[in-house]
Every structure is written in C-alpha cells, then in structure tokens.
Design a protein around this ligand. Sequence first.
Ligand code: C6P
Length: 398
Amino acid sequence: MEVYLDNNATTKIDPLVFEEMKPFLTDVYGNPNSLHKFGAGTHKKMAEALDYLYEGINANDADDIVITANATESINTVIKGIWIDKILNGEKKHIITTEVEHPATTAACKFLESQGVAVTYLSVNEEGVIEAQDVKNAIKEETALVSVMWANNETGKIFPIKEIGAICKEAGVPFHTDGTQAIGKIPVDVQACNVDYMSFSAHKFHGPKGVGGLYIRKGFKLTPLLHGGEQMGGNRAGTVDVASMVGMGLAMKLATSPMALAYEENHVRKLRDKLEAAILEMPETIVIGGTSNRTPNTTLISIRGVEGESMLWDLNQNLIGASTGSACASEDLEANPVMNAFGSDSELAHTGVRFSLSRFNTEEEIDFAIEQIKKAIIRLRGISSSYAYAPASHASGL
Ligand code: C6P
C-alpha cells in the first residue's frame, strides 16, 4: 500500500477538477482575449471559476481576484508592490511579518531589507503562534504592510487573523495574509477578517499546480509584478491558463463547501488525531507547538534520537510520503527554521517530521502508516548513538 501524507506540500488533483479542465486542454483552446468564438467560448467557464473563487473566500464583488502562477507569485506581488508604491516613493519604510512565514514571504522581505527597508520579524509564543497584541505593538507611523500567514505549513497552527485584521484596519495599515494552508482546511472569510490582500495556490486544495490567486480588496490596487498586456485588468499581464483557472475555480468550490469543511473538521481531524496519538505512544515524542488551534490535517512531531531525514528515507522505503517541513526547503539539511523559531534546541530542530493528511486519506492507510512509523522509530533508534546516550529529558515538551 502507498500512503501519501504530505498534503501540505501538494495535493492530489480531485478527479472532478481534472474532468472540468480537460476540454480547455484539448478542444476549447482559443485565447480568451481573442474576439472570435474560439476565444469567447472560454468566457462562461472562466466567469464561473471566478465566481467560485469569490464565494470560497467570501470576497466582495467589488474586490479583485488576480489569477497568478502560484502563492509565491502572489506573495511577491504584494510585498514588492507595496515596496514600489509606498516605500520607494518615501511615503513609508517598514514592514511587519513573522519568523515562521513560508520562504516566499521571508525571502521577499530579506530582499527588501537588502534594499534598505526595515522589517520586523515577530516571533511565535510557546504555542507556535504570534500574538495579535505583538502586531499592534510593532506598528509604527512608517509601517507600509503587515504580512502574517493564516495557517502555518509546518505546524498547522492557525494565527489570529481576525484580531490582526481589526488592528491593521484601525491603524490604517494594509494587511496581507498568506492563506495557502488555510483554504479548504478551515473557513476563510476575507471580509470578516478585514484582509486587504490574500495569496493562495490551487494545488494545496486538490486543484492543479501552476495556478494561484491574489485577492485584492477594493481600493488596494498594487503596481503589478508583470507588465505587458491588459489581462486581469492590467494587474497581471500574460495569457491566462484557462484550464488551470477553471480547475482552480472548481477545486475552490469543492474544498470550501460547508460539507467539505465539515469533513475536514471531523473525518480528517479524526484520522490525524489517530495517527498522532499512536506516534505519541512511543516514548520521547512530542507535537511541536502542542495540539491546540491547528488545521485539522497537520501534525509536526519530534521523535528524539531520530533524524527527520532518516525517518523520511525509511518511510519512503515503505511507500509512505511525509516531510521534515517545507518541501521547497527539503534539499538543504539545515535545521528546521520553524522549530528554531520556537527556540527548540538544535537536536529537536533536526528531529521533526510533518504528516499532513487530506480528504483522500483512508483509515486503512492511517493504520498501515502507524504500523510502519512505529517500526521505523524502533529501527532508527536502535542505530542512533544520540538516542542511546543522551539523557531522556525530551518528553517534557517545549
Ligand atoms: N508550501 C510546503 O511543503 P507555491 O509553491 O507557490 O505553490 O506555494 C508556496 C507556499 C506559500 N505559503 C505557504 C504557507 C505554503 O505552505 C507554500 C507551499 C509547501 O510547505 C511547499 S514549499
């Protein structure tokens, strides 16, 4: 049996989504900007896809949703757009973000720092979240943007977006949230949370890869990253990938319906909890950041004496896919930056394994994974010099 438990890296495309995309990869191939029937023939489904995107995040009709290539592009568009529009012209000079953002945000902020922009990186508390009050305290007259993720990709921790949105609104500071790991896992309502910009990628909610979105509240227009044609109302030049856009629309509809979210909250959570409880039966294992306030599908577990990379290799031999954290950082063997941000000691920071489930996982798969993971822990601890000799202080948690 093969078991895929790396759904925060990417998800399997929903077969219904794939079916919906097919005509636009074959017969309905016109450029949507062409005036003839081949082009115009795409418009109905594109409009429907946009409707689904608006409904899925509760955007207002007057707001914009720009189709991009992925969350990384959306995030860069916001951070660099704010830099061009508010910082380079001398109006503002400061950005607030957190220490545990995805590299798309962190690297864009580091780039701005290299250009002389001041960036505040807020740290997380012992539960792995930033406190809204810390955002309030960090806001200054010259703050141009607050950028805080909705849910963390490694721990699944949910951040206090509603409170942060209210604080930013009151202070008059634009608020961007990276919603990539929240959509399809928990309810996301940009209006209720006073979000001004939100980034997302379709492949995190059973849509296709290579397409994402950027929500822009009415009145919060940005200088685009890509100049060229007038596609997306001039917000993002380049011919739209119609098949992907249509697929993302349906994926959003399917993932954010009340029934789908209830399924995440009940069924996916039950499977995640079962997997987690079984691993925690092994001595000296802990959930990084604790178990409160997380997306229902994610757990990041530290297993003392077992290098995360060795665990992944062992599990892979047994056809189980998991990760040590962000897939895009998995080729370097640096300690996990999210764990470092928790103040974890360096051994802990190397022993985390992330399991992330989806609505396509079954109980049978989880039972198989539990068996294999337990065997792997025993096997790897058996050959681990650090596990044999280090004091057993780890189980007390963080
Ligand atoms: N995180 C992970 O393994 P792209 O690659 O652009 O579709 O998504 C980037 C991205 C942005 N924000 C968050 C919170 C994310 O989790 C991701 C993707 C994957 O955690 C791959 S690095």
